[in-house]
Design a protein around this ligand. Structure first.
Ligand code: NKO
Length: 203
């Protein structure tokens, strides 16, 4: 079977598994969308009081999209265009999952997964930027936004194949992630965004 026909729908399906939602539903019988920021991502799962589930959400959300890209790389070795299109498909699955009425997460952990599969060096640099911003500000959202903005620079530096599809994909992914943070951006400007590790009253 044509690797494109197989790996793109598979990437969307893998990406659309809402691990944060599922873990909180299964282990706490709660709807993560009803607490905190309402997001299904690792940060909000941890914020809801389930630190372990938050870490599991991060690993599984990153792992699913990592796997999607790895499958494409296995089916069509050296095909950077396919790898990047599959990365986009996996993130679209996470952000617009058919199972949750197309209302999914913000794509940060899933972007980490695809970056690790595309270029571990670019992923490490982007993660470094993310970490510095989190440690300085304790705003995970701000770190995700600034990390996203730097990702295309690292990606284009480390990825040897700079075709239009690769360049467009490396720009599209962070743009989508940043757009998904528009509520966070409003709260950051208003000074009401919650800081990681602090209770709402002291945030
Ligand atoms: O609940 O709206 P919220 O405060 O939860 O959540 C905001 C947050 C949403 O994202 C997540 C996933 C958190 C994962 C944390 C570790 C991942 C480090 C990834 C670094 C790379 C980020 C750049 C993306 C590149 C396009 O933001």
């Amino acid at each position: 079977m044509n690797p494109w026909l197989l790996s793109i729908p598979l990437a969307y399906l893998l990406g659309s598994i809402p691990f944060g939602y599922l873990l909180v539903k299964i282990f706490r019988n709660e709807d993560i969308r009803a607490t905190g920021s309402g997001n299904i991502g690792a940060t909000n799962v941890a914020r809801s009081g389930a630190k372990g589930l938050g870490i599991a959400t991060l690993l599984l959300d990153a792992g699913k999209s990592f796997l999607a890209v790895k499958i494409a790389q296995h089916l069509a070795p050296g095909d950077w265009d396919l790898a990047v299109v599959v990365a986009v498909a996996a993130i679209l699955g996470h952000v617009f999952p058919i199972w949750l009425g197309f209302r999914g997460g913000k794509g940060v952990a899933s972007a980490l997964g695809v970056m690790l599969a595309l270029s571990p060096a670019a992923a490490a640099c982007t993660f470094g930027v993310f970490l510095v911003v989190v440690l300085l500000t304790r705003y995970v959202s701000l770190a995700s936004i600034i990390g996203s903005a730097t990702f295309p620079l690292f990606g284009l530096y480390f990825i040897p194949h700079r075709s239009p599809i690769v360049i467009d994909g490396l720009l599209f992914i962070p743009l989508l992630v940043i757009i998904k943070h528009r509520e966070n951006i409003r709260r950051l400007i208003a000074g009401t965004e919650s800081r990681f590790g602090k209770k709402k009253a002291e945030a």
